[in-house]
Write a protein that binds this ligand. Structure first.
Ligand code: IPM
Ligand code: MG
Length: 360
């Protein structure tokens, strides 16, 4: 089959990790007899530099006409990059939030899985991670604090900033349904994370999740306050299967979850709308400090490419082959710097991509 994949290399390490992910997709195409046709789209700082805005219209239309989008990362050093002298709506991150909204990508899946080969890189004690863990963070991606009204004013000489956290029941219901559906294909457990002891938006979240749960009596549901969830993730990560949560809590908890897998360089993500269409990107940022140095770990992006095969192209065998190639490369002892440990062989970004491609 022939598939159109839109690529957004973006900023920082983005271009090098997308290049390696494409290398592995090409190996999948060669082995399984597919053709992937790539188009390149501008987003974030790269778009600001070329056309003056972080999200050009052509990027939205180009993404919409593709079967799926593969993205690297966007943004620069917030203290030194000139992009952060621009008004907030013209900064790189505005492009990322804008494309999520424009494509209706409300469901963000972030799997945090402990490879046994990387157990040594996990900062938790051995007894806490024995047997590994396999968590799927289901983060709401187009609502909440990220998209509510915000402003900064000066009143009587005092500067005042406001951000608003808004959810309506439909936004909560559709992500809850996605969470329960995916739990059904996994270990049938949903932990819904909120701050219902303080926030109205969380009380509505909890009420709607409970309503949706009535259609999923085969799924075990519990509710957890976000501060407790942050603690439980490092106290007993094995208790979690699907973690269902709102936008900002999911942003924070997914970084925490990534760290206990050994490195944030391992965590992929899929952002989906109501259809099979999605945008796939690593959960990590653009790491401007190591950009272009061939040091970045491309595995999160390669695993994102695997999620693209699985969710948008419905190519399960191909996705399995890519996942297994990643596992094999770890078994064979190859590591980028972020996951390196004694006795392994340290490799750069491009070599890691090639080694994975060779194992498909
Ligand atoms: C992420 C990132 C983004 C977010 C930033 C770059 C706006 O941290 O994808 O987790 O907060 O969603
Ligand atoms: Mg984040």
């Amino acid at each position: 089959m022939n598939y159109q994949i839109a690529c957004i290399p973006g900023d920082g390490i983005g271009p090098e990790i997308v290049r390696e992910a494409r290398k592995t997709l090409d190996a999948v195409a060669a082995r399984f007899g597919h053709t992937f046709t790539y188009t390149e789209l501008l987003l974030g700082g790269a778009a600001i530099d070329r056309v003056g805005v972080p999200l050009p219209d052509e990027t939205v239309s180009g993404a919409k006409s593709a079967d799926a989008v593969l993205m690297g990362s966007i943004g620069g050093n917030t203290s030194t990059s000139p992009w952060y002298q621009l008004p907030p709506q013209l900064r790189p991150e505005a492009g990322l939030l804008g494309i999520r909204k424009a494509l209706g990508l409300f469901a963000n899946l972030r799997p945090a899985f402990l490879y046994k080969e990387l157990a040594g890189a996990c900062p938790l004690k051995d007894n806490l991670i024995e047997g590994g863990f396999d968590i799927l963070i289901m983060r709401e991606l187009t609502g909440g604090l990220y998209f509510g009204e915000r402003n900064t004013v000066t009143e009587n000489g005092i500067r005042k900033a406001t951000d608003t956290l808004v959810y309506d029941e439909n936004e909560i219901r559709r992500i809850a349904i996605k969470g329960f559906e995916i739990a059904r294909k996994r270990r049938k457990k949903v932990t819904s994370v909120d701050k219902a002891n303080v926030l109205d938006s969380s009380r509505l979240w909890r009420a709607v999740v409970n309503e949706v749960a009535k259609d999923y009596l085969d799924i075990e549901l519990d509710h957890m306050l976000v501060d407790n969830a942050a603690m439980q993730l490092v106290r007993d990560p094995k208790q979690f299967d699907v973690v269902l949560t709102e936008n900002m809590f999911g942003d924070i908890l997914s970084d925490e979850a990534s760290m206990i897998t050994g490195s944030i360089g391992m965590l992929p993500s899929a952002s989906l709308n109501e259809t099979a269409f999605g945008l796939y990107e690593p959960s990590h940022g653009s790491a401007p400090d190591i950009a272009g140095m061939n040091k970045a770990n491309p595995i999160a992006t390669i695993l994102s490419a695997s999620m693209l095969l699985r969710y948008s192209l419905n190519l399960q065998t191909e996705a399995d082959a890519l996942d297994q190639a990643v596992e094999k490369v770890l078994q064979d002892g190859y590591r980028t710097g972020d996951i390196f440990s004694e006795g392994c062989q340290k490799v750069g970004t491009d070599e890691m991509g090639t080694l994975i491609a060779e194992r498909i």
